[in-house]
Design a binder for this molecule. Structure first.
Ligand code: EPU
Length: 340
C-alpha cells in the first residue's frame, strides 16, 4: 500500500537546487509499489515524472501530477566465470557508492565513472560517460517495467541503443520503460583506460603511469573535483550542454578560423566540439546574473549562486546558446532534461 505525499518540496531532491513542489509524490522500494503508483496515476490521468538522483533535471517550480522516486536497492553477483562477472544493481543505488563497492569486490570497468552524481537507474538513460569510458562499454542489460505492455522486461544492451548521451529510454521511447535494475559486464582483470588527456596528465604528475584501481578512482575523483562543482556545495546539473557534433567540413572551416578550437574525431567521420571551449571563448566563464552563473573553472557547467530560479536559468542558457551560435554558427543542445 503506497502513500502519496501532497505538495512535496523537491528543492533538495534536484541537484541544481531549484525551488520545486510536486503535486503528488511517492517513493517506491518494491516493484509492486511502482506498479501500484503507476496504476493510480493513470487512473487519475496524472502525468508522471520518474525521479532518480535528480542530477540531470531542470524543473519548473510546480510539477503537475505524480513524481515517483525510485528506491530499488541491492547489489548482487549474478554470474561469474572467473574473469567475467555480471553484477546487478538496483536502480535506486547511488552511482558513486556502487563504483566504490565494485572496487572493494575487485571488479573492474567502471573506475573512470567515479563521482558522477545520480543513481544507477539513471545511468543508462543518458549513457553517462567520462574520461574515455561510458556505460555502453559495460552494460549487460536493463530490467525495466514496460508501461505499454504492463510487464517487466529485460532489454539487452544492444536493444537499449546507447550512443553519446542518448538511449532508447531518452529519445526513442521516452516514458515507456522505467528502469528497475541494471546489469553490468565487469572483469576481474584490471585493464584501465588512461588515454583521456586530463586524466593521463594527472596520473603522470603523480608518478602513477600504471595506477592501481584505487589510484585510478582517486585520480578520476581529483580531476573531476578540480573541474566540476560538488552539487552539495554549489547547485548544478553537470554539463549543461552536450558537446555538439558537426560534419568534417564544418570542423575544418572552424579550425581554420579558430586554430585553438578543441574537437575530437568521431568514428562516423564527424567531429565532437568541446562546448565548454566554445562557451569559454564567447566570454561566459564566471558570468553571474542574479541567482545563476557560469562556473568559473568549467564554462559548460551552469551553477546556482543562491536562490536560482527556473526562468533566469533558462534565460541564461538561451543567451549562451545564442552567443555561441552567433560567433561559431554552432547550435548547442541542453543536456539536462527540462520538465514538464
Ligand atoms: N574547455 C575550455 N574551457 C572551459 C571548459 C573546457 O577551454 O571552460 C576545454 C578544455 O580545456 C578541454 C575541453 O574543453 O580541452 C574539454 O573539457 P573537459 O575535459 O572538461 O570535458 P568536456 O568535454 O567539457 C565532457 C563531459 C563531462 C565529462 C568530461 C570528462 C559532455 C557534455 N560532458 O566534458 O560529462 O565529465 O567530458 O570526460 O560530454 C556531464 O555530462 O554532466 C559531464 C560532466
Amino acid at each position: 500500500m503506497i502513500t502519496w505525499h501532497e505538495n512535496q518540496d523537491l528543492t533538495a531532491a534536484n541537484s541544481f537546487g531549484l525551488p520545486v513542489f510536486a503535486e503528488h509524490f511517492v517513493q517506491v522500494n518494491q516493484l509492486t509499489e511502482l506498479v501500484e503508483a503507476l496504476e493510480q496515476a493513470e487512473a487519475k490521468q496524472w502525468p508522471v515524472l520518474i525521479l532518480g538522483g535528480g542530477s540531470n533535471l531542470v524543473l519548473q517550480p510546480a510539477l503537475p501530477g505524480a513524481v515517483i522516486g525510485i528506491a530499488a536497492a541491492g547489489i548482487h553477483l549474478l554470474a561469474d566465470d572467473g574473469d567475467n562477472v555480471i553484477v546487478e544493481a538496483g536502480a535506486g543505488e547511488n552511482w558513486h557508492q556502487f563504483v566504490r563497492h565494485l572496487l572493494q569486490l575487485g571488479l573492474h570497468g567502471l573506475e573512470n565513472l567515479a563521482l558522477i552524481p545520480g543513481t544507477v537507474g539513471a545511468a543508462p538513460v543518458q549513457n553517462i560517460g567520462a574520461y574515455g569510458v561510458e556505460i555502453a562499454d559495460c552494460l549487460h542489460s536493463v530490467i525495466a517495467y514496460d508501461r505499454h505492455a504492463k510487464s517487466v522486461v529485460q532489454l539487452m544492451a544492444a536493444e537499449c541503443q546507447l550512443s553519446y548521451r542518448d538511449s532508447l529510454f531518452k529519445s526513442q521511447q521516452p516514458g515507456r520503460y522505467i528502469i528497475w535494475r541494471v546489469r553490468f559486464n565487469l572483469s576481474t582483470t584490471f585493464a584501465p583506460k588512461l588515454h583521456y588527456g586530463a586524466l593521463n596528465q594527472y596520473l603522470s604528475q603523480q608518478g602513477q603511469d600504471q595506477p592501481t584501481p584505487e589510484q585510478l578512482v582517486a585520480a578520476v575523483c581529483s580531476v573531476r573535483a578540480s573541474k566540476l562543482p560538488d552539487p552539495a556545495t554549489l547547485g548544478n546539473a553537470g554539463s549543461f550542454f552536450e558537446n555538439p557534433r558537426v560534419d568534417a567540413s564544418v570542423y575544418q572551416a572552424l579550425k581554420q578560423q579558430f586554430p585553438d578550437l578543441v574537437a575530437y574525431p568521431e568514428k562516423n567521420g564527424q567531429y565532437k566540439l568541446a562546448a565548454g571551449w566554445l562557451i569559454d571563448q564567447a566570454g561566459w566563464k564566471g558570468h553571474r546574473n542574479g541567482g545563476v552563473g557560469v562556473y568559473d573553472k568549467q564554462a559548460l557547467v551552469l551553477v546556482n549562486l543562491g536562490g536560482a530560479e527556473f526562468v533566469e536559468l533558462m534565460a541564461l542558457a538561451g543567451d549562451i546558446s545564442a552567443s555561441v551560435k552567433q560567433r561559431f554558427g554552432v547550435s548547442l543542445q541542453m543536456e539536462p532534461r527540462v520538465y514538464p
